[in-house]
Design a protein around this ligand. Structure first.
Ligand SMILES: Nc1nc2c(ncn2[C@@H]2O[C@H](COP(=O)(O)OP(=O)(O)OP(=O)(O)O)[C@@H](O)[C@H]2O)c(=O)[nH]1
Ligand SMILES: [Mg+2]
Ligand SMILES: [Zn+2]
Length: 301
């Protein structure tokens, strides 16, 4: 690589790029040859590692984007093929839902979890607004996820519960908070890192949905080390690339049961001799997660 180039990480990607480098934050434009290979998936995103040249006015030009270690994507609503990469080079995603207002949807949590598995990303489930419900009941409800090895954080920016655990979870890592609008992603980041002044919005009284207060993803550098991306809420979250035959693997607790089915190409839905269905019948695998798998398989057809 050219030694005149300065390495950096993209913090924000909008009409310009904010790149953090050893010389501080640099506002950049990008060469079209650097962007065009990524154009299909939405171009350069927060978390991308880039090489820039500095211009005399103290700005920069992105010359090159390094290959991504990981990327977390969703399908763009209404379009068939187009992928939207939410962030690149993440170590983990924190999947945020609210205990109430807007109501928690376990099927939606499963969509995020399976996508993160497919992207090779560790995921943490964070249920915010615990102040609105009984923590005991909520903890019980979430045991379906902790039982299969996911870290679950029960949090509230109002009571402060779970905030220090979230801070420790984010420390030293590159993370993104993802989840529907109005669940409190920006509020959680503000609680973890006071003094940021992120926009926080209301949940609409009539629809119970968030108002999409955060409009573009941005990586925030944490005082305790690491970065976190605040992302805009996603009203519907579509799978991007998970091939149908790999969906079962993305339900992590299914893995020990899916290789010994009678048919090598078992879809674990109706075939005889299916070990996964046996495991569900024996209570080794959650019935609810299995039923959601079957629904998703139908949806992906
Ligand atoms: N009761 C309660 N309300 C909260 C909590 N955390 C956030 N809220 C409220 O929830 C609303 C939405 O919070 P935001 O932080 O803007 O939510 P968001 O997930 O960032 O939403 P988008 O940016 O639209 O994706 C605001 O009115 C917050 O004050 C909490 O722990 N308990
Ligand atoms: Mg927000
Ligand atoms: Zn099977």
């Amino acid at each position: 690589m050219n030694s005149d180039l300065l390495q950096g990480v993209v913090l924000q990607a909008s009409s310009f790029f904010e790149v953090e480098t050893s010389c501080g934050s640099v506002f950049c434009t990008a060469r079209s040859k650097a962007v065009s290979p990524l154009a299909q998936a939405g171009g350069i995103v927060p978390g991308d590692r880039v090489a820039i040249t500095l211009t005399p006015d103290g700005r920069g030009v992105i010359e090159e984007v390094m290959p991504r270690k990981t990327q977390f994507s969703r399908k763009v609503a209404g379009k068939r093929r187009d992928e939207q990469v939410i962030a690149a080079n993440l170590d983990q995603v924190v999947i945020v839902f609210a205990a109430a207002n807007p109501p928690m949807k376990e099927t939606a949590i499963n969509r995020y979890l399976t996508t993160a598995e497919y992207c090779g990303l560790r995921s943490v489930v964070c249920i915010n607004k615990a102040d609105l419900v009984s923590i005991e009941v909520l903890g019980e409800k979430m045991s379906v996820y902790s039982d299969i090895g996911y870290d679950v954080i029960i949090a509230s920016t109002v009571s402060g519960v779970g905030i220090s655990t979230l801070r420790e979870t984010l420390s030293g890592k590159m993370s993104a908070l993802v989840g529907p609008s109005g669940v409190g992603k920006s509020s959680l980041i503000s609680a973890v890192e006071p003094g940021l002044d992120l926009a926080v919005g209301d949940v609409s009284g009539s629809t119970g949905k968030g108002r999409h207060t955060t409009t573009s993803g941005r990586l925030i550098k944490l005082a305790g080390g690491g970065y976190v991306a605040d992302t805009p809420g996603m009203r519907e979250f579509g799978f991007y690339r998970i091939p149908r035959q790999e969906l079962a693997w993305c339900f992590r607790e299914f893995r020990p049961h899916i290789d010994a089915c009678k048919f090598w190409d078992c879809t674990h839905t109706t075939e005889p001799g299916c070990r996964l269905r046996e495991a569900v019948e024996q209570g080794l695998v959650s019935q609810a997660r299995y039923e959601h798998y079957v629904r998703l398989m139908e949806e992906m057809r």
